[in-house]
Write a protein that binds this ligand. Structure first.
Ligand SMILES: C[S@@+](CC[C@H](N)C(=O)[O-])C[C@H]1O[C@@H](n2cnc3c(N)ncnc32)[C@H](O)[C@@H]1O
Length: 407
Protein backbone atom coordinates (compact mmCIF):
# COMPACT_ATOMS: atom_id res chain seq x y z
CA UNK A 1 0.00 0.00 0.00
CA UNK A 2 1.32 3.41 -0.92
CA UNK A 3 1.41 5.20 2.46
CA UNK A 4 1.24 8.92 1.64
CA UNK A 5 0.58 9.73 5.27
CA UNK A 6 3.82 8.47 6.73
CA UNK A 7 4.65 8.66 10.46
CA UNK A 8 7.10 11.47 9.73
CA UNK A 9 4.64 13.53 7.75
CA UNK A 10 2.00 12.91 10.36
CA UNK A 11 4.20 14.13 13.19
CA UNK A 12 4.71 17.51 11.55
CA UNK A 13 1.04 18.25 10.98
CA UNK A 14 0.68 20.64 13.97
CA UNK A 15 3.59 22.78 12.82
CA UNK A 16 2.78 22.77 9.12
CA UNK A 17 -0.81 23.65 9.65
CA UNK A 18 -0.23 27.08 11.06
CA UNK A 19 -1.59 29.43 8.46
CA UNK A 20 -2.80 26.81 6.00
CA UNK A 21 -4.41 24.48 8.49
CA UNK A 22 -7.59 23.84 6.54
CA UNK A 23 -5.90 23.00 3.20
CA UNK A 24 -3.38 20.72 4.89
CA UNK A 25 -5.98 18.80 6.88
CA UNK A 26 -8.28 18.49 3.86
CA UNK A 27 -5.34 17.02 1.88
CA UNK A 28 -4.46 14.59 4.66
CA UNK A 29 -8.08 13.50 4.93
CA UNK A 30 -8.13 12.87 1.18
CA UNK A 31 -5.01 10.71 1.49
CA UNK A 32 -6.46 8.84 4.46
CA UNK A 33 -9.63 8.09 2.45
CA UNK A 34 -7.54 6.62 -0.35
CA UNK A 35 -5.50 4.59 2.16
CA UNK A 36 -8.68 3.23 3.68
CA UNK A 37 -9.94 2.23 0.24
CA UNK A 38 -6.81 0.15 -0.31
CA UNK A 39 -6.30 -1.21 3.21
CA UNK A 40 -7.12 -4.86 3.81
CA UNK A 41 -5.37 -5.74 7.07
CA UNK A 42 -6.76 -4.95 10.53
CA UNK A 43 -3.43 -3.36 11.58
CA UNK A 44 -3.40 -1.00 8.57
CA UNK A 45 -6.96 0.09 9.24
CA UNK A 46 -6.22 0.63 12.93
CA UNK A 47 -3.29 2.78 11.87
CA UNK A 48 -5.41 4.94 9.56
CA UNK A 49 -8.00 5.24 12.35
CA UNK A 50 -5.33 6.60 14.71
CA UNK A 51 -4.23 9.21 12.19
CA UNK A 52 -7.72 10.32 11.27
CA UNK A 53 -8.55 10.52 14.95
CA UNK A 54 -5.67 12.99 15.33
CA UNK A 55 -6.82 14.95 12.27
CA UNK A 56 -10.28 15.18 13.76
CA UNK A 57 -8.84 16.53 17.02
CA UNK A 58 -6.76 19.09 15.10
CA UNK A 59 -9.72 20.23 13.00
CA UNK A 60 -11.49 21.02 16.27
CA UNK A 61 -8.44 22.55 17.93
CA UNK A 62 -7.87 24.95 15.03
CA UNK A 63 -11.61 25.63 14.79
CA UNK A 64 -11.64 24.75 11.11
CA UNK A 65 -14.87 25.03 9.13
CA UNK A 66 -17.78 22.84 10.25
CA UNK A 67 -17.54 21.06 6.89
CA UNK A 68 -13.92 19.94 7.48
CA UNK A 69 -14.64 18.93 11.09
CA UNK A 70 -17.56 16.83 9.89
CA UNK A 71 -15.41 15.32 7.09
CA UNK A 72 -12.91 14.14 9.70
CA UNK A 73 -15.58 12.73 12.03
CA UNK A 74 -17.39 11.01 9.17
CA UNK A 75 -14.18 9.40 7.93
CA UNK A 76 -13.32 8.20 11.44
CA UNK A 77 -16.78 6.65 11.75
CA UNK A 78 -16.42 4.98 8.34
CA UNK A 79 -13.13 3.47 9.51
CA UNK A 80 -14.85 2.23 12.65
CA UNK A 81 -17.49 0.55 10.48
CA UNK A 82 -14.73 -1.12 8.44
CA UNK A 83 -13.08 -2.27 11.67
CA UNK A 84 -16.42 -3.63 12.80
CA UNK A 85 -16.79 -5.59 9.55
CA UNK A 86 -13.34 -7.13 9.86
CA UNK A 87 -13.77 -7.89 13.54
CA UNK A 88 -17.15 -9.56 12.95
CA UNK A 89 -15.61 -11.79 10.29
CA UNK A 90 -12.75 -12.64 12.62
CA UNK A 91 -15.12 -13.35 15.51
CA UNK A 92 -16.80 -15.93 13.32
CA UNK A 93 -13.43 -17.71 13.14
CA UNK A 94 -12.83 -17.60 16.92
CA UNK A 95 -13.01 -14.79 19.48
CA UNK A 96 -9.61 -15.53 21.01
CA UNK A 97 -7.84 -14.74 17.77
CA UNK A 98 -9.27 -11.23 17.62
CA UNK A 99 -8.59 -10.49 21.28
CA UNK A 100 -4.98 -11.48 20.80
CA UNK A 101 -4.59 -9.32 17.67
CA UNK A 102 -6.18 -6.39 19.42
CA UNK A 103 -3.82 -6.62 22.40
CA UNK A 104 -0.70 -6.96 20.28
CA UNK A 105 -1.37 -3.78 18.28
CA UNK A 106 -0.13 -0.31 19.37
CA UNK A 107 -3.40 0.49 21.03
CA UNK A 108 -6.58 -1.33 21.88
CA UNK A 109 -10.24 -0.53 21.74
CA UNK A 110 -12.48 -1.10 24.70
CA UNK A 111 -15.01 -3.93 24.58
CA UNK A 112 -17.78 -1.33 24.35
CA UNK A 113 -16.13 0.36 21.36
CA UNK A 114 -15.65 -2.96 19.61
CA UNK A 115 -19.28 -3.81 20.11
CA UNK A 116 -20.35 -0.42 18.71
CA UNK A 117 -18.13 -0.91 15.64
CA UNK A 118 -19.72 -4.27 15.03
CA UNK A 119 -23.23 -2.89 15.42
CA UNK A 120 -22.33 -0.17 12.93
CA UNK A 121 -21.02 -2.80 10.54
CA UNK A 122 -24.21 -4.84 10.78
CA UNK A 123 -26.36 -1.98 9.42
CA UNK A 124 -27.21 -2.36 5.72
CA UNK A 125 -25.10 -0.06 3.51
CA UNK A 126 -28.09 1.90 2.20
CA UNK A 127 -29.49 2.57 5.68
CA UNK A 128 -26.05 3.54 7.03
CA UNK A 129 -25.49 6.02 4.18
CA UNK A 130 -28.97 7.53 4.59
CA UNK A 131 -28.55 7.99 8.35
CA UNK A 132 -25.06 9.54 7.99
CA UNK A 133 -26.28 11.94 5.28
CA UNK A 134 -29.28 13.03 7.35
CA UNK A 135 -27.22 13.46 10.49
CA UNK A 136 -24.56 15.50 8.70
CA UNK A 137 -27.19 17.82 7.28
CA UNK A 138 -28.87 18.18 10.67
CA UNK A 139 -25.64 18.80 12.54
CA UNK A 140 -24.73 21.56 10.07
CA UNK A 141 -28.01 23.31 10.78
CA UNK A 142 -28.48 22.58 14.49
CA UNK A 143 -25.60 23.00 16.93
CA UNK A 144 -27.03 20.48 19.37
CA UNK A 145 -26.98 17.61 16.86
CA UNK A 146 -23.63 15.82 16.85
CA UNK A 147 -22.39 13.36 14.26
CA UNK A 148 -21.35 10.46 16.47
CA UNK A 149 -21.35 6.69 16.40
CA UNK A 150 -23.85 6.58 19.30
CA UNK A 151 -26.27 8.89 17.48
CA UNK A 152 -25.89 6.94 14.22
CA UNK A 153 -26.65 3.67 16.01
CA UNK A 154 -29.71 5.23 17.65
CA UNK A 155 -31.02 6.54 14.31
CA UNK A 156 -30.43 3.17 12.66
CA UNK A 157 -32.36 1.49 15.47
CA UNK A 158 -35.23 3.98 15.04
CA UNK A 159 -35.33 3.39 11.29
CA UNK A 160 -35.49 -0.38 11.84
CA UNK A 161 -38.30 0.15 14.34
CA UNK A 162 -40.21 2.24 11.79
CA UNK A 163 -39.85 -0.64 9.32
CA UNK A 164 -41.25 -3.09 11.83
CA UNK A 165 -44.11 -0.72 12.60
CA UNK A 166 -45.03 -0.49 8.93
CA UNK A 167 -45.04 -4.23 8.62
CA UNK A 168 -47.11 -4.78 11.72
CA UNK A 169 -49.87 -2.25 11.23
CA UNK A 170 -51.85 -1.60 14.43
CA UNK A 171 -54.93 -2.79 12.52
CA UNK A 172 -53.60 -6.33 12.71
CA UNK A 173 -54.12 -7.54 16.27
CA UNK A 174 -51.40 -9.60 17.91
CA UNK A 175 -54.00 -11.22 20.18
CA UNK A 176 -57.49 -12.72 20.03
CA UNK A 177 -58.88 -9.38 21.27
CA UNK A 178 -59.84 -7.68 18.01
CA UNK A 179 -60.92 -4.33 19.35
CA UNK A 180 -60.28 -1.13 17.49
CA UNK A 181 -60.23 2.12 19.44
CA UNK A 182 -60.61 4.11 16.23
CA UNK A 183 -62.37 2.30 13.45
CA UNK A 184 -60.68 3.13 10.15
CA UNK A 185 -63.01 1.05 8.00
CA UNK A 186 -66.43 2.02 9.33
CA UNK A 187 -69.87 1.39 7.89
CA UNK A 188 -70.31 2.01 4.15
CA UNK A 189 -73.93 0.97 3.85
CA UNK A 190 -76.67 2.94 2.08
CA UNK A 191 -78.16 4.02 5.38
CA UNK A 192 -75.32 5.32 7.57
CA UNK A 193 -77.69 6.08 10.44
CA UNK A 194 -78.52 2.34 10.69
CA UNK A 195 -75.59 1.01 12.69
CA UNK A 196 -76.88 -2.35 13.87
CA UNK A 197 -75.14 -5.49 12.67
CA UNK A 198 -72.18 -3.88 10.96
CA UNK A 199 -68.64 -5.06 11.59
CA UNK A 200 -65.59 -2.84 11.42
CA UNK A 201 -63.59 -3.64 8.26
CA UNK A 202 -60.63 -4.29 10.56
CA UNK A 203 -62.17 -7.69 11.35
CA UNK A 204 -61.89 -8.67 7.69
CA UNK A 205 -58.29 -7.36 7.63
CA UNK A 206 -57.38 -9.60 10.58
CA UNK A 207 -59.15 -12.61 9.04
CA UNK A 208 -57.19 -12.12 5.81
CA UNK A 209 -53.93 -11.66 7.70
CA UNK A 210 -54.28 -14.81 9.76
CA UNK A 211 -56.00 -17.16 7.32
CA UNK A 212 -55.23 -16.13 3.72
CA UNK A 213 -52.10 -17.13 1.81
CA UNK A 214 -50.78 -15.47 -1.36
CA UNK A 215 -52.81 -16.45 -4.42
CA UNK A 216 -55.73 -17.94 -2.43
CA UNK A 217 -59.28 -17.93 -3.74
CA UNK A 218 -61.22 -16.12 -1.00
CA UNK A 219 -65.02 -16.00 -0.94
CA UNK A 220 -67.30 -13.66 1.05
CA UNK A 221 -70.76 -15.15 0.39
CA UNK A 222 -72.61 -12.62 2.61
CA UNK A 223 -70.77 -9.53 1.45
CA UNK A 224 -73.75 -7.13 1.86
CA UNK A 225 -72.47 -3.68 1.00
CA UNK A 226 -68.91 -4.84 0.24
CA UNK A 227 -66.96 -3.75 3.32
CA UNK A 228 -64.78 -6.77 2.62
CA UNK A 229 -63.87 -5.31 -0.78
CA UNK A 230 -62.91 -1.95 0.66
CA UNK A 231 -60.53 -3.69 3.09
CA UNK A 232 -59.15 -5.91 0.32
CA UNK A 233 -58.48 -2.89 -1.88
CA UNK A 234 -56.77 -1.05 0.98
CA UNK A 235 -54.53 -3.99 1.88
CA UNK A 236 -51.37 -1.95 1.21
CA UNK A 237 -52.37 0.13 4.26
CA UNK A 238 -52.47 -2.76 6.72
CA UNK A 239 -50.19 -5.36 5.08
CA UNK A 240 -47.35 -2.86 4.71
CA UNK A 241 -44.33 -3.76 2.65
CA UNK A 242 -45.09 -7.49 2.78
CA UNK A 243 -48.28 -7.02 0.76
CA UNK A 244 -49.44 -9.99 -1.29
CA UNK A 245 -52.29 -10.65 -3.64
CA UNK A 246 -55.21 -13.04 -3.52
CA UNK A 247 -58.45 -13.42 -5.41
CA UNK A 248 -61.62 -12.17 -3.65
CA UNK A 249 -65.14 -13.06 -4.85
CA UNK A 250 -68.29 -11.57 -3.30
CA UNK A 251 -71.92 -12.77 -3.18
CA UNK A 252 -75.04 -11.83 -1.22
CA UNK A 253 -78.77 -12.48 -1.26
CA UNK A 254 -79.32 -8.71 -1.51
CA UNK A 255 -76.24 -6.91 -2.89
CA UNK A 256 -76.21 -3.19 -2.08
CA UNK A 257 -74.06 -0.11 -1.61
CA UNK A 258 -71.34 1.36 -3.76
CA UNK A 259 -69.73 -2.01 -4.57
CA UNK A 260 -73.08 -3.57 -5.59
CA UNK A 261 -71.84 -4.07 -9.19
CA UNK A 262 -69.03 -6.32 -7.87
CA UNK A 263 -71.33 -8.52 -5.73
CA UNK A 264 -73.20 -11.38 -7.38
CA UNK A 265 -76.73 -12.13 -6.15
CA UNK A 266 -76.84 -15.61 -4.61
CA UNK A 267 -78.85 -17.51 -1.95
CA UNK A 268 -76.29 -19.33 0.19
CA UNK A 269 -78.84 -21.72 1.66
CA UNK A 270 -79.31 -23.25 -1.82
CA UNK A 271 -75.66 -23.87 -2.81
CA UNK A 272 -72.13 -22.49 -2.59
CA UNK A 273 -71.47 -20.15 -5.53
CA UNK A 274 -67.86 -21.27 -6.36
CA UNK A 275 -65.85 -24.45 -6.15
CA UNK A 276 -62.56 -24.98 -4.33
CA UNK A 277 -62.47 -21.91 -2.08
CA UNK A 278 -59.26 -21.64 -0.10
CA UNK A 279 -60.89 -19.38 2.45
CA UNK A 280 -64.52 -18.47 3.20
CA UNK A 281 -65.45 -15.58 5.47
CA UNK A 282 -69.11 -15.18 6.40
CA UNK A 283 -70.53 -12.21 8.26
CA UNK A 284 -73.94 -13.73 8.97
CA UNK A 285 -77.03 -11.68 9.93
CA UNK A 286 -76.93 -11.59 13.71
CA UNK A 287 -79.73 -13.76 14.98
CA UNK A 288 -82.59 -11.83 16.59
CA UNK A 289 -81.14 -8.36 15.97
CA UNK A 290 -81.60 -7.44 12.33
CA UNK A 291 -85.04 -8.57 11.13
CA UNK A 292 -86.09 -6.78 7.90
CA UNK A 293 -82.82 -4.83 7.85
CA UNK A 294 -81.41 -6.20 4.59
CA UNK A 295 -84.62 -7.28 2.80
CA UNK A 296 -88.10 -8.66 3.44
CA UNK A 297 -87.25 -11.94 1.66
CA UNK A 298 -88.21 -15.11 3.56
CA UNK A 299 -84.88 -16.73 2.56
CA UNK A 300 -83.01 -13.85 4.26
CA UNK A 301 -81.57 -15.29 7.50
CA UNK A 302 -82.23 -11.98 9.25
CA UNK A 303 -85.99 -12.58 8.96
CA UNK A 304 -86.09 -16.19 10.23
CA UNK A 305 -87.36 -17.62 13.52
CA UNK A 306 -84.87 -19.72 15.48
CA UNK A 307 -85.82 -23.16 14.11
CA UNK A 308 -85.76 -22.03 10.45
CA UNK A 309 -82.57 -20.08 11.14
CA UNK A 310 -80.86 -23.24 12.47
CA UNK A 311 -81.98 -25.25 9.42
CA UNK A 312 -80.74 -22.50 7.07
CA UNK A 313 -77.37 -22.18 8.85
CA UNK A 314 -77.04 -25.99 8.78
CA UNK A 315 -77.58 -25.93 5.00
CA UNK A 316 -74.99 -23.15 4.65
CA UNK A 317 -72.43 -25.16 6.67
CA UNK A 318 -72.98 -28.14 4.34
CA UNK A 319 -72.64 -25.97 1.22
CA UNK A 320 -69.35 -24.56 2.52
CA UNK A 321 -68.03 -28.07 3.27
CA UNK A 322 -68.77 -29.17 -0.31
CA UNK A 323 -66.87 -26.17 -1.70
CA UNK A 324 -63.70 -26.66 0.36
CA UNK A 325 -60.74 -29.02 0.30
CA UNK A 326 -59.01 -30.54 3.33
CA UNK A 327 -56.92 -28.04 5.29
CA UNK A 328 -58.69 -24.89 4.08
CA UNK A 329 -60.32 -22.40 6.47
CA UNK A 330 -63.82 -21.06 6.94
CA UNK A 331 -64.63 -18.18 9.32
CA UNK A 332 -68.10 -17.40 10.65
CA UNK A 333 -68.71 -14.12 12.46
CA UNK A 334 -71.53 -13.90 14.98
CA UNK A 335 -72.39 -12.80 18.52
CA UNK A 336 -74.71 -14.65 20.88
CA UNK A 337 -78.16 -13.19 21.45
CA UNK A 338 -79.91 -12.21 24.64
CA UNK A 339 -83.51 -11.09 24.49
CA UNK A 340 -83.75 -8.81 27.53
CA UNK A 341 -87.48 -8.18 27.17
CA UNK A 342 -88.35 -11.88 26.98
CA UNK A 343 -85.57 -12.94 29.36
CA UNK A 344 -84.15 -15.48 26.85
CA UNK A 345 -80.55 -16.40 26.09
CA UNK A 346 -79.52 -17.88 22.71
CA UNK A 347 -76.03 -19.35 22.52
CA UNK A 348 -75.84 -18.86 18.77
CA UNK A 349 -72.08 -19.35 18.48
CA UNK A 350 -72.41 -22.79 20.12
CA UNK A 351 -74.99 -23.75 17.48
CA UNK A 352 -72.66 -22.54 14.72
CA UNK A 353 -69.78 -24.55 16.13
CA UNK A 354 -71.96 -27.68 16.40
CA UNK A 355 -73.24 -27.29 12.83
CA UNK A 356 -69.81 -26.71 11.25
CA UNK A 357 -68.28 -29.59 13.21
CA UNK A 358 -71.07 -31.91 12.14
CA UNK A 359 -70.41 -31.32 8.40
CA UNK A 360 -66.67 -32.08 8.55
CA UNK A 361 -64.84 -29.09 9.99
CA UNK A 362 -62.55 -28.89 13.01
CA UNK A 363 -62.97 -25.92 15.35
CA UNK A 364 -59.64 -24.19 14.74
CA UNK A 365 -59.58 -20.79 16.49
CA UNK A 366 -61.64 -18.01 18.00
CA UNK A 367 -61.19 -14.24 18.35
CA UNK A 368 -63.41 -11.66 20.04
CA UNK A 369 -64.44 -8.18 19.02
CA UNK A 370 -66.60 -5.66 20.83
CA UNK A 371 -69.73 -4.37 19.11
CA UNK A 372 -69.07 -1.24 21.18
CA UNK A 373 -72.69 -0.96 22.24
CA UNK A 374 -71.73 1.00 25.33
CA UNK A 375 -69.89 3.57 23.25
CA UNK A 376 -72.85 5.97 23.12
CA UNK A 377 -73.79 6.79 26.67
CA UNK A 378 -77.25 7.97 25.66
CA UNK A 379 -80.42 7.97 27.78
CA UNK A 380 -81.60 5.00 25.70
CA UNK A 381 -78.40 3.10 26.55
CA UNK A 382 -78.80 3.90 30.25
CA UNK A 383 -82.37 2.54 30.10
CA UNK A 384 -81.18 -0.65 28.36
CA UNK A 385 -78.49 -1.14 30.97
CA UNK A 386 -81.00 -0.77 33.80
CA UNK A 387 -83.38 -3.14 32.05
CA UNK A 388 -80.57 -5.70 31.57
CA UNK A 389 -79.56 -5.49 35.22
CA UNK A 390 -83.16 -5.69 36.46
CA UNK A 391 -83.91 -8.77 34.34
CA UNK A 392 -80.57 -10.33 35.32
CA UNK A 393 -79.64 -10.84 31.67
CA UNK A 394 -76.49 -9.29 30.23
CA UNK A 395 -76.48 -7.18 27.10
CA UNK A 396 -74.63 -8.85 24.24
CA UNK A 397 -71.58 -6.90 23.23
CA UNK A 398 -69.04 -9.43 22.00
CA UNK A 399 -68.90 -10.71 18.45
CA UNK A 400 -67.09 -14.01 18.06
CA UNK A 401 -64.94 -14.76 15.05
CA UNK A 402 -65.06 -18.55 14.77
CA UNK A 403 -62.65 -20.24 12.39
CA UNK A 404 -62.95 -23.85 11.23
CA UNK A 405 -60.54 -26.07 9.30
CA UNK A 406 -61.91 -28.49 6.73
CA UNK A 407 -61.03 -32.09 7.61
C1 LIG B 1 -74.26 -8.89 8.66
S1 LIG B 1 -74.69 -8.65 7.01
C2 LIG B 1 -73.18 -8.58 6.18
C3 LIG B 1 -72.74 -7.17 6.06
C4 LIG B 1 -71.43 -7.05 5.36
N1 LIG B 1 -70.32 -7.34 6.24
C5 LIG B 1 -71.25 -5.66 4.74
O1 LIG B 1 -70.12 -5.27 4.50
O2 LIG B 1 -72.24 -5.01 4.49
C6 LIG B 1 -75.38 -10.20 6.54
C7 LIG B 1 -75.68 -10.35 5.08
O3 LIG B 1 -76.23 -11.63 4.85
C8 LIG B 1 -77.08 -11.53 3.72
N2 LIG B 1 -77.94 -12.71 3.67
C9 LIG B 1 -79.00 -13.01 4.44
N3 LIG B 1 -79.53 -14.18 4.07
C10 LIG B 1 -78.80 -14.66 3.04
C11 LIG B 1 -78.85 -15.84 2.24
N4 LIG B 1 -79.79 -16.74 2.40
N5 LIG B 1 -77.89 -15.97 1.28
C12 LIG B 1 -76.93 -15.05 1.09
N6 LIG B 1 -76.86 -13.91 1.81
C13 LIG B 1 -77.76 -13.72 2.79
C14 LIG B 1 -77.79 -10.22 3.93
O4 LIG B 1 -78.28 -9.69 2.74
C15 LIG B 1 -76.69 -9.36 4.55
O5 LIG B 1 -76.08 -8.57 3.59
Amino acid sequence: MKDNLSEQQFAIIPTVVSGHQETVIVDFLKTAREMLRQARKLEDIQDIWQKVNALEALSKKFRLSKEVQLDATELRIRIERRLGEILSKKFENGEEDVKRQNNTSNFSFTKNELSKFQKLASAPQKLFEAVVTDLRTESTIKRKIVLSITRILRDIQNENKKDRETLFSPIIKPSDNWNFSTVQYGKIDDKPEEDRGYIPGEIYANCFWYYVKPGDLVVAPMAGSGQVWRVYEARQEWMGKDIYDFNLKMFDLTPRGKYKHLITQHDLTKSFPVENSDYIVIDIPYYGMVAQQYSDKPEDLANMALEDWKIAIGAIAKNCAVAQRTGTFCTVISPNYRDIAKGQIFMITDSIRFLWESVGYLFYDKAYSSRRIQQNQTIQMARMNNQAKASRIMLTDITEILTFRRL
